[in-house]
Design a protein around this ligand. Structure first.
Ligand SMILES: [Mn+2]
Length: 285
């Protein structure tokens, strides 16, 4: 059955698998998702459910902020789809997917439960080795909030102002659709417009790489700043698996060790401001 995503489900391309065309899910070696922010209206749980249905993982890394407890403290918002995400993840673990849950700052209380629970492991960070032999430090990223000074922007990103901007998105895009224009993300635009935010992202990426160097790894993979990215910074590759609030993006590793960005969001539209799904040669070193 087609699901009803919170934000403009009719604006997304999706495969209808309900008419007997049982497509095999794509099998990938590993996948990374972060910043789903379940419990907020901005969470695109429907898009994430598509991703979870269309892919099978040997290992699924949940790189923090799966549930937004900060927001839930202000008021409970928990539609069925948010349950479906949890159930889908638990079902995958029962069927053999190894789940590695690395708590972030919005779900920091989960960090009180570090340990192994069947196929699910809760830990502060992980070292992943790709099929190509690349060693990747996997970490949420809030560990650097104290180092990267521009915490004002971060507070904003996790706070009411950001939620407000996100809430305007469906309205703006309704009007744009009426005029035959593609999807446009107000909050992504605002983030990109603010010079501080841009320099913040750059500094965050560089500090993250510096932090990772102490782990003797080839790469670092994080979330936290809602800015999907793969780029080489000096000797290390910097990966950010994005979020499921705006970009609806994840990273996947194929059997050959190659790592790709995948997009499941409305930004798949033609005039998308972000880079489309593509192969990333930099990932294989
Ligand atoms: Mn975070």
């Amino acid at each position: 059955m087609p699901e009803s995503a919170g934000v403009g489900p009719e604006s997304r391309f999706s495969l209808d698998l309900s008419d007997g065309l049982a497509l095999q899910p794509r099998r990938v070696r590993a996948a990374w998702i972060s910043d789903v922010h379940l419990g907020t209206r901005g969470s695109n749980a429907g898009a994430l459910l598509d991703f979870l249905r269309e892919n099978e993982f040997e290992t699924l890394y949940i790189v923090g902020d799966l549930i937004d407890v900060w927001q839930l403290r202000r008021g409970i918002y928990w539609p069925q789809q948010h349950n479906d995400v949890i159930q889908k993840i638990l079902r995958k673990s029962r069927k053999g997917t190894r789940i590695v849950y690395i708590p972030g700052n919005h779900d920091e209380m989960v960090a009180g439960f570090h340990g192994v629970y069947g196929n699910i492991s809760i830990q502060s960070h992980a070292i992943h080795r790709t099929a190509a032999g690349q060693r990747i430090l996997v970490i949420h990223g809030h560990e650097l909030d104290a180092v990267v000074q521009n915490v004002k922007w971060l507070a904003f990103a996790g706070d009411a102002g950001y939620q407000f901007l996100l809430s305007l998105n469906p309205l703006i895009n309704f009007v744009r659709r009426r005029f035959g224009l593609g999807y446009w993300s107000l909050s992504a635009y605002a983030k990109k417009r603010v010079k501080d935010a841009v320099s913040f992202i750059g500094r965050f990426e560089e500090e993250m790489v510096r932090y990772a160097q102490t782990f003797c790894v080839d790469a670092v993979l994080c979330g936290h700043i809602h800015s999907v990215c793969v780029r080489q910074i000096g000797r290390l590759t910097y990966y950010n698996c994005g979020d499921w609030v705006e970009t609806c993006s994840a990273l996947v590793e194929y059997e050959d060790g190659k790592i790709d960005i995948v997009n499941y969001g409305p930004l798949r539209f033609p005039n998308q401001p972000l880079k489309p799904t593509r192969s990333l040669e930099a990932a294989v070193i």
